[in-house]
Ligand binder design. Sequence first.
Ligand code: UT7
Length: 333
Amino acid sequence: MSETTSVIEVCIAGTGSYLPENILTNAELAIRVDTSDEWIVTRTGIRERRIAAEGEFTSHMASKAAKNALEQAGLAAEDIELIVVATITPDTPTPATACHVQAQLGAFKAVAFDISAACAGFLYAMKICKRLISDGAFKNALIIGAEKLSTVTNWEDRATCVLFGDGAGAAVLRRSEPGEGSIVATEMGADGSLTHLLEIPGGGSACPITGENVNKHLHTLTMQGKEVFKVAVNRMKEAAEKVIERAGWHPEDIACVIPHQANLRIIDAIADRLAVPNERVFVNLHKYGNTSAAAVAIALDEANRTGVFKRGDHIVLVAFGAGLTWAAAAIRW
Ligand code: UT7
């Protein structure tokens, strides 16, 4: 699914993020499971991750990130007409976490719903909201990627527990004024024949919550890492190439690529295949690990706030996750 042009241009007016205070280091994980800082850093690039407090839910992190984004955009909660939260760790299966966020922000004029597209969710939300704004249905939207992955992590499985972290990132989308930036091209895709490669098998209608299922850790994430790795590199490369081509850009025109933060080896492989120098690829996974739908959103906010790119620069966001799903966006900042 793709599009190139729209009558009303849509820009990112502000970004925000929130990371819980509690840091879990590789050394601490090596006390719990048979792993080492050396293995984790060499195989993934991750050095530490953040873990939300017990009473800190996905919606709380989402709302904090959203407030930062609203502040930067110079908008109030009541200006927001649409809130979309991308998450695989909603506060509750229903209602949507976006509804909790709406209430926490006091954004009572906003339509609110969640989308489940795992790590690609924030960019799915971007494409959907861009279209809804450019169609004239809404003026201002909040898109949020937020996860409390620590609640769906099997802390006895060294193959997965070293990878994930908690956090949230947000962006305010609104109609562009003349001379402002815009979301130039977007792309998203899925391959449902590969659902088994990365999943939480329990907790839904196929495998409801029971004491027995929880004892078997079926409510936690499982992944066939090597298989996911290969598909991730290919799909993210293809998705990024599509938006770059539709935008009419060349690799040398791109100031910054912000990829999903799952594995430094995946990021390096994508940079290589896109022929974008590593110094133009934004990486923060050493600090936060893989925060699924939040990862690209947090990275976008950090890059934005630290001046990695400036107005008018060309940036590319690209993500990949369970589903399997993937998505990309080319943005003129
Ligand atoms: O966010 C959604 C998208 N997700 C991704 O893109 C993740 C994609 N996959 C990956 O990033 C990598 O596959 C992993 C980081 C998950 C794993 O790296 P790998 O190089 O594919 O390692 P592996 O799973 O093939 O395991 C290699 C060895 C195995 O031991 P043997 O069989 O060779 O003796 C594992 O048992 O490493 C062992 N191993 C560990 N050793 C120490 C696995 N996890 C650990 C660990 N510490 N934490």
